[in-house]
Design a protein. Structure first.
Lengths: 320, 320
């Protein structure tokens, strides 16, 4: 057992260590793209924020009706309070306080805490759904290319059908039937989002399977499964990394879009849910909608920049 | 091992490519049999057919048998075939660079080969792999084990390939032009390795080459192939010293002779026949200097010149 574990560890860490030069080379190529580097820095910051941020912020679900609609630090907003005793509407100007650096929403919840817990959820959605989609897409793409013939035809036509299938409709239907649950949403995005990956991986694997090392593996008595998992899939890793990086923002946005039209899971405060809640009070508390919007925008941009940078770095034909 | 009337055709849109069109030979234990012929005459396809490595479609073994230990490799189940590949019959490819998986270390690939056929532990397999590499005359075994193919020189890769194919102690080793892609000094070293294998391990070698110099150096017997058929089979000394078939004679003629000063190298006029439309009768007759009227009409019979020397040519019909 320990031998097995050691072997696995060696296979994962080994290439990184023994291939320091190659890793350095890719790093050098990625580094030349300043935007990709910026994207990477932002993503790292976001991951750190999502991991340890919640330990330092207030409870994001804690409502406090004494402190509703505080603007972010450095901003001021007018707040009208209707007094029942004097039947008068008094308007006061309030400005941001340090207790709530990003302000509070209409229920007095701390926006900073909500944004940080939202980051955790949005990243989880992005990573898990992309993980499912990439796994499915890779297996279907490689199988299709390796088996060829009618199996290839069946799998690729199935992919075409899945591609034309309106997944939004499916989501609406599922939310309608099972109720809005984040797990379902992630699952549906993952189970419908693999088509592009499958096609790209298939085209790469098609050229790989005619390479001599695949024939050599067959000549040495390797089974089909071994060839697929040991020889084909490791050779498409760089492609998979790029596809994954580029498809994470799409997934995050899809979840936000669903939440925005009211199909999100109301029990978890993802950025989409906060955004949706904020749109009703745009005139009194604009920051509730704008803050998660900016975070979504930056996150999507960061992943796209990083993905583009990685694609250029992994492509031996591009001169950057 | 015995190959009888092997026919491998490729069914393509532009017609049926008769790559191998009736090849017979017998490989005895501990001998080195050379398959000699021009590019495109069907040598490699013969080798791939023996191990059932022809891609189907478009390729197919349409006739003939490959007898090995009372088993016909041309018709046996894929499972049986897989157990023979690499364990009983191994193959060394021409270009080690493309026959090695670029994303796995050389060590991992040899270990993998060992684990496919023998049930041995990781550590044990590792030791065996190092011994094998050491036997191939590789100096720093540790370094080569943890290197990726692109980090090694051509000769090193070829030796690693040979080590890999020898890992399960096969009865028969098929070498598909193993000296074509390396330079002359490495070629001499590789040939030494093969010679040693033959004498030390009593291994049968099926050596595919177009280089008569190599044949003279390593071969016991040779089969000359033309247009997918075996035209002459004889001990190497007979082939070199007493060639019967006009094609073999032509090949010998083409070898440059240091003792004679010539301006131009001699060559056989014409080009290899198109395997889609092989000439009627003897496929060599359009290029044959001694062609007779009958050659273009009927396939020549196989004529036994002496013990172990047979030739397919009308020239010798009367003399027997």
């Amino acid at each position: 057992m320990t031998e097995r574990l050691q072997d696995i560890a060696r296979k994962i860490v080994g290439p990184l260590y023994s291939n320091r030069r190659l890793i350095k080379y890719y790093w050098k190529r990625t580094r030349r793209n300043k935007l990709a580097l910026l994207g990477l820095a932002f993503i790292m910051f976001l991951i750190l924020l999502a991991l340890i941020g919640p330990f330092f912020t207030l409870d994001p679900t804690l409502a406090n009706f004494e402190e509703t609609n505080f603007p972010p630090m450095g901003f001021a907003a007018e707040k009208s309070v209707y007094s029942i005793e004097s039947s008068e509407l008094t308007t006061t100007t309030i400005s941001g306080i340090w207790k709530h650096p990003l302000g509070t929403d209409s229920k007095g919840r701390d926006m900073l805490a909500m944004i940080i817990s939202g980051a955790r959820i949005s990243l989880q959605v992005g990573l898990i759904a992309t993980g499912i989609a990439i796994l499915l897409g890779t297996i279907i793409g490689v199988l299709s290319a390796y088996l060829g013939g009618w199996a290839d035809n069946v799998l690729m036509r199935f992919t075409d059908v899945m591609m034309t299938f309106p997944f939004f409709l499916l989501l609406v239907l599922i939310v309608f039937i099972f109720g809005p649950s984040l797990a379902f949403i992630v699952l549906v995005i993952g189970l419908t989002g693999w088509t592009g990956t499958a096609r790209l991986v298939r085209s790469e694997a098609l050229s790989l399977r005619t390479r001599e090392f695949v024939t050599a593996a067959r000549a040495s008595g390797a089974s089909d499964g071994r060839i697929i998992f040991r020889h084909l899939i490791p050779n498409v890793t760089s492609l998979i990394i790029v596809i994954a990086t580029l498809s994470i923002p799409g997934v995050i946005l899809a979840e936000a879009a669903l939440s925005f039209i009211g199909l999100g899971d109301p029990t978890v405060a993802s950025w989409g849910i906060i955004l949706e809640a904020g749109q009703h009070s745009l005139d009194t508390a604009w920051w509730v909608a704008v803050e998660p919007g900016i975070m979504l925008f930056l996150t999507v941009l960061a992943f796209n920049f990083l993905g583009d940078g990685l694609r250029d770095a992994f492509d031996p034909k591009s001169n950057i | 091992m015995e190959v009888n009337n092997l026919k491998t055709y490729f069914f393509t849109r532009s017609g049926v490519v008769k790559a191998v069109n009736g090849v017979d030979f017998k490989l005895r234990r501990g001998e080195c049999l050379c398959l000699v012929g021009e590019s495109g005459c069907g040598k490699t396809v013969t080798a791939l057919s023996i191990l059932g490595l022809i891609d189907s479609p478009p390729g197919q073994i349409v006739d003939g048998e490959v007898k090995y230990n009372n088993l016909d490799l041309a018709t046996c189940s894929p499972r049986q075939l897989r157990q023979i590949r690499g364990k009983e019959i191994a193959i060394v490819f021409q270009d080690a660079q493309s026959a090695l998986n670029p994303v796995l270390t050389v060590g991992d690939q040899i270990i993998e080969q060992l684990q496919i056929h023998l049930s041995i532990k990781q550590g044990e397999a590792r030791n065996k792999a190092m011994t094998l590499l050491d036997e191939m005359g590789i100096p720093s075994v540790e370094r080569v084990m943890s290197s990726y193919p692109h980090q090694l020189s051509g000769g090193m890769k070829q030796r690693a390939m040979i080590a890999m194919s020898l890992s399960c102690d096969p009865q028969i080793l098929i070498a598909d032009e193993p000296t074509t892609a390396v330079d002359v000094t490495i070629k001499a070293q590789i040939l030494d390795i093969f010679r040693e294998l033959k004498t030390k391990r009593q291994m049968s070698l099926l050596f595919i080459t177009h280089d008569l110099g190599v044949v003279a150096e390593i071969g016991d017997r040779a089969v000359v192939i033309y247009g997918g058929e075996d035209v002459e089979t004889a001990p190497v000394s007979e082939i070199i010293g007493n060639p019967k078939h006009p094609y073999t004679a032509g090949l010998i003629e083409c070898l440059p002779d240091i003792s004679k000063a010539t301006d131009r190298l001699t060559s056989i006029p014409g080009a290899t026949p198109n395997p889609v439309e092989l000439p009627r009768g003897c496929s060599f007759h359009p290029r044959c200097p001694k062609a007779m009227e009958i050659c273009s009409r009927q396939q020549p019979p196989q004529i036994i010149i002496s013990d172990g020397h047979k030739v397919s040519c009308y020239l010798y019909q009367r003399s027997t």
